[in-house]
Design a protein around this ligand. Sequence first.
Ligand code: CAA
Length: 240
Amino acid sequence: MSRVAVVTGGTRGIGAAISKALKDAGYKVAANYGGNDEAANKFKQETGIAVYKWDVASFDGCRDGIAKVVADLGPVDIVVNNAGITRDSTLHRMNREQWDAVLDTDIGSCFNMCRAVIEGMRDRKFGRIVNIGSINGQAGQYGQVNYAAAKSAVHGFTKALAQEGAAVGITCNAIAPGYIDTEMVQAVPKPVLEKIIAKIPVGRLGHAEEIARGVLFLVADDAGFVTGSTLSINGGQHMY
Ligand code: CAA
């Protein structure tokens, strides 16, 4: 029996690497995406992974999207809450829309997605939830009060849900990536990014595959004793 995994934001960046790694390891994978049809269709053609479009910031969107995945692939055993956005700005310039967009997408999605699968996981007494947090949720970051608040909340959410799931076979863990060579990080102004890289002891940006490797560890059937933990994968930039 191969387990069914849903990866949000699973067709680009870190999410694409996670979707591919799960498929290569034998899981049935549904890669969710929010808006970029072109990238999603290219990803589907290249990998053979099923793609599903819904907005993770929408409660009803997640409920309906999960129902479609269940109809196509079977009950969901694994959720990787990876989808996330930035709207970087210092607080004195940030508007309410930039705050709401990041909070709704980066932490609201964890509620929406987990709520859509939790009852089935509890009934079947098995679940693996991995939430992608961030070094910037652990350490804070100039220009990111919205993102740092949302990602910090991801880590609190993870520890609370881990306690609720422990007795019914559901683990909930977080990964806190550092700066990974994705489009999101490449959008940081070059001089700022250079300063950031200079502070990474390993001396380079991370690769998306290095995050996927952590996900594979956490979702395994025999990882049942690992719950409520945060795996930092950041090149030594922040030791938490
Ligand atoms: N680290 C070190 N210095 C930083 C910095 C950072 N992260 N962000 C800004 N600074 C510095 C700038 O280099 C600049 O210094 P100088 O005056 O010496 O040149 C000073 O702070 C002011 O910055 P700006 O001139 O850029 O100010 P601005 O108001 O024009 O722009 C900003 C502000 C939009 C926040 C811009 O600085 C920015 O985009 N910073 C990057 C924020 C960031 O790190 N985002 C991470 C995105 S990737 C991600 O979030 C994924 C993940 O999980 C790790």
